[in-house]
Design a protein around this ligand. Sequence first.
Ligand code: MEV
Length: 299
Amino acid sequence: MTTTCSAPGKIYLFGEHAVVYGEPALACAVELRTRVSARSSNDTTIKSGIGTTGLDFEVHPYVSSAIKKLGSPTVEIKISSDIPVGSGLGSSAAVTVATLAAINIEFGLGYGNEDIARIGHEIEKEVQGAASPTDTFVSTFGGVVEIPSRKRLNLLECGIVIGNTNKGASPKKTAKLVKQVAQLKEEYPDSINPIIKIIGSFARHGKEMISEKNYNSLGKLMNVNHGLLDALGVCTIELSALVYAARNAGAYGAKLTGAGGGGCMVALTDSPREVADAIEKAGGQAIITRFTSEGVIKE
Ligand code: MEV
């Protein structure tokens, strides 16, 4: 038997960086998936776009850790993914969660989704040194989620376009940027603490706007959130070029998503084609996708 599971990537509508200081954030699963098949075998092999290895904590750290956490069964793993790697869209959480789920079913281990999300978070922390539970939680359960309350909100009914700068994002970079914001906060607490608080307020207002399907106002607040992330020093000229291109093409709003310093931005829009063209013209790689309520699933 072979078991294939897939898990989605995610974007932040509001609240990255501020969430590190306990402020609320809104994260959404998007229909870009990583698929992992697991088959009981005499040897362990892991096959992905990077190459084929055995249990290898250098080349395939997330998958190797997932196999180890589940008792090191000998298993053949095959991975394919729509999620650009290391771009702030939660690709490492998706591969971890999909691997855990596929092995869990293939070997009848009896874990539930709460366990998958928890073990997935442990793996991200071990591999990266630090990680918030956001990515593994959203990848496991899908939907639009308020963090840290885990409150589930309605799915947005508008379109979404992601723009990838194809520059610079990685777990190491995330750790560096989180530290950089912490230093700024320590140096200028009177100035930086209010910025963090204001970013937290977007998630609070955003919840109401989502339930009212008020995507115009949601977009306006995304624009302000982008400005404040820029103020915190985590934006890049490439990210802002894509953000402004999306807004000029009529998006409700656009902002960087994730830690920043490169990686991706996200735009809300009902004209995805136009916004995607504008992002491409501005030098980015555009991905038209949609919000999804589906977390990890057996395919
Ligand atoms: C990174 O995707 C989001 C940050 O808020 C860090 C975190 O929440 O772990 C910058």
